[in-house]
Design a protein around this ligand. Structure first.
Ligand code: IMP
Ligand code: MG
Length: 181
């Protein structure tokens, strides 16, 4: 019999690991920290599609500053493992010169995607760039940039839900689920 907190996505089983309430609290805490850190400043959010759409939406609803949002779409994953290269599928046309930018990402895993996004931003001459990620996998992280705002640090397991997908599926889930091995 299937347990209540276990679900199937495509051909794999996942069990709930972060509840809707825990996500909500964490997102509110991150927004409060950003509100404190950016007092009186206009913020330009840059959401990384597709995975960050839900986090970006909930985070932005709790921001008190004047703020804008724009999106960039990149892809590095196929199935449950990284391909090592990042493809820019939807470019960045926004003028970021002199702007205080906060990148919004669903998850920083090896850090390769974020490293590439930081490279894309550099020639746009933003005044500042910080990173907000809902999930961070410290054991898997290979880069040396600072991740400024982290919702949850998790072990090196594959997760879905709240915007995160397994082969495009599972993004609609309100909770975050971990792959059952
Ligand atoms: P990185 O380049 O290795 O840091 O990978 C970052 C990207 O891989 C994220 O933006 C996600 O789209 C995807 N990713 C990494 N780990 C997971 C996971 O556990 N579940 C779903 N997607 C993931
Ligand atoms: Mg992503």
């Amino acid at each position: 019999m299937q347990q209540m907190n276990e679900i199937s996505v495509k051909d794999k089983k996942f069990s709930v690991s972060i509840s809707e309430k825990e996500i909500e609290n964490s997102v509110k805490n991150l927004a409060n920290r950003i509100n404190e850190d950016y007092k009186g400043k206009e913020i330009t959010f840059l959401g990384i599609l597709n995975g960050s759409f839900m986090f970006a939406s909930d985070l932005m609803k709790n921001i008190k500053n004047e703020c804008k949002i724009s999106f960039i779409k990149v892809s590095s994953y196929e199935g449950t493992s990284t391909t090592g290269t990042v493809k820019q599928l939807l470019g960045l046309n926004e003028d970021l010169e002199g702007k205080d930018v906060i990148i919004i990402e669903d998850i920083v895993d090896t850090g390769l995607t974020m490293k590439n996004i930081l490279e894309i931003l550099k020639p746009k001459k933003p005044k500042s760039v910080k990173i907000a990620t809902l999930i961070f996998k410290p054991e898997s992280f290979k880069e040396d940039f600072k991740v400024d705002y982290i919702g949850f640090s998790i072990p090196n397991d594959f997760i879905v839900g709240y915007g995160l997908d397994y082969d495009g599926l599972g993004r609609n889930l309100k909770e975050i689920y971990t792959l059952v091995k």
